[in-house]
Design a binder for this molecule. Sequence first.
Ligand SMILES: [Zn+2]
Length: 67
Amino acid sequence: MPTTVTTQSGPVNLPLPLTPPEPVRGCDVCAALVGQRQEARDRGDLSAATDADVEIRSHPHKTRGRR
Ligand SMILES: [Zn+2]
């Protein structure tokens, strides 16, 4: 007798981070990416908006000793 297994209740793998990254103040790259992200959201392109989030999160910063 086959057992009924439903795999519908597994954990959902969300591609989007729950908290959008904070742009670093004074960083031109962050400022540009925030602008791109906003434009992408305005035109409903959430994929591009997420790409901008990833770039904001991953590009290097020189703010080691922050006040
Ligand atoms: Zn930055």
